[in-house]
Design a protein around this ligand. Sequence first.
Ligand code: NAP
Length: 250
Amino acid sequence: MHVLILGGTAEARQLAAELDRRPGLRVTTSLAGRVAQPRLPAGEVRIGGFGGAEGLAAWLYEHGADALVDATHPFATIISANAATAARSTGIPLIALRRAGWEATPGDRWHPAADLADAASLLPALGRRIFLTTGRLGLAAFAELDQLHFLVRSVEPPDPPLPRDSEILLDRGPYTVEGERDLLLARTVDVLVTKDSGGPATSAKLTAARQLGLPVVVVRRPPAPQGVLVAQDVSEVLRHLSPGAADTCP
Ligand code: NAP
């Protein structure tokens, strides 16, 4: 059996490690190629776009793939839509691995936002020193906010346009609550902005913000493609992929 994992997340690496241990199973992880030095998963790795849903379908045929797992980030909507289209056109089973979103707990001061533009519109009323952790893409949504200071954290340098008063912090998780708290205090941050990525690797900032009583603008997740079998964790994917599982792919 040959499984293609669409990766770029910690869960994708965990899944690749599990599948790579299984005798008789071949696992390939696909990475987009956004990061210069990615954390490489176990098994085979390919890097770069496929050329849309048709390119992905062609790859699945040419490489004899028997199953496709979309373990990309919940905000990577284009590749997830392409995976759904390619699975439909090839008849190859698809499972989407979607970690649960974060839940607010008592003491949190969360402000939901529909998207990055909505998040930007909320900021002037919430504070002046912004910690922006939404990744390196899409920062143009904040570029007009000239009165605010932005601390922008991303793995790779962000693409312009950026807000005029921006400081770039290149770093990659996982982070600790102590480290996040120290950062928020040292940079006198007023407001945190995050996507609802879910998972433990980047959730420490939420705990730190709660401890310090800071408001957090949380960008809601885009919906997953319709009609795709969704698993919330690696063990659920493994159950669906195990021999005899009849419910893989609607
Ligand atoms: P996207 O907007 O959904 O996809 C844009 C294009 O990038 C796709 O059409 C595809 O090109 C290519 N692509 C994306 N993921 C790929 C993969 N795993 N393997 C091969 N090609 C891929 O994606 P994105 O939001 O830029 O995310 C890119 C990668 O970063 C994903 O793998 C995701 O898991 C990871 N990531 C994203 C975020 C986020 O906030 N979006 C956060 C952390 C990690 P073709 O059409 O040419 O195939």
